[in-house]
Design a protein around this ligand. Sequence first.
Ligand SMILES: [Zn+2]
Ligand SMILES: [Zn+2]
Length: 383
Amino acid sequence: MRLLHFFLVLTISCAAYSQQMEIGLFHNKKISQVKIVPVKGDYELYGDTTFLSTIIQGEEITIRNSGNSVSAELKDSAYRGFGELKLIPKINNSSLRYTIAGAKSRLYKDGALFKASKSLLKIINLVTMNNYLSGVIESEGGGGKHIEYYKVQALMSRTYALKNLKRHSKSGFQLCDGVHCQAYHSELRYTPTINEAVLETEGKILVDSSNKLVTTYFAANCGGETCDASFVWNTSVWYVQPFIDTFCMSTRQAKWTKKIKKTVWKSFIEKKYGVFEKDLGEWFYNFEQEQRKAFYIHPSIGIPLRDLRKEFRLKSTFFSSSLEGDYVILRGKGFGHGVGLCQEGAMGMANSGYNYDQIARFYFNGVRVLDYYKDVFFQQESE
Ligand SMILES: [Zn+2]
Ligand SMILES: [Zn+2]
């Protein structure tokens, strides 16, 4: 066991520190060219392994796909016919502005790799883990939050990134910049506290009792009770058992209501599940959910609440319903799937004086925060 632990820790530590992150940018767009400007620091341009030119701060360079290769055009020179082009920063914390047709320009720290992919161009940000995490936390969570909340987000996002390094390996990078992985729409720009949170939790990851990286589920607001993972994905995850969360109950997204036309509700349920209003009477519309349930009306009828959430675009599955005139009125709690960390609850805990370790262990049962600098040292000493 100890040997296994040591091996796991060492593998993660190599992955996280010797290797820079490779993030696919503008992942959902079809791109054939991009304009790049270094906005901070100078860069070196390489074609495959050959040094081509220094790109000084403020200078514009256009990179495009030309058949099966990539080319770079500067003001008075051009380089063509490379399998890949790379921009390597000369100093730390340099950044580039990326502009593609039909989208807002974006800024990202560190280097970049450009590859041809059929008739398109792949843009990959080569970025340190810390700079990547700062960008993710600002893109996902915005500004103005308590530092312990940012620290717990840093812990979750670092754990997620390390667990999913191979998610896009077929596309030639590790993670994408969209919500499919973790939203990463810019370098950190407005919230210096996020940078502090990332640095203060550097090397910290969340592992389960077998020292495996935890799947860091999170959602905006659990509505006062977290959700069993099996209600959402059909598989139970032991470290996210449902429990009462009092930290998120009075926030902005704690409650919601929605009116749906009775005819629309009726028609969906009758057609999809073969369950009829004439057989059930008032039970067809009146549903109470004091504690989280998986099914509408009764489990034996087989209407998963997650189906209703998807069909009617509900904020959560945690609602009760009643009939009022021609409408079904839904009164709901929370926002999101409700599994794992509740972001508004975590903010509430941070504001009440809990630290990030306590917050993480409140939402994930029986897990621990591992410091793998310290753990590698400790394990090496004890082997
Ligand atoms: Zn992705
Ligand atoms: Zn909550």
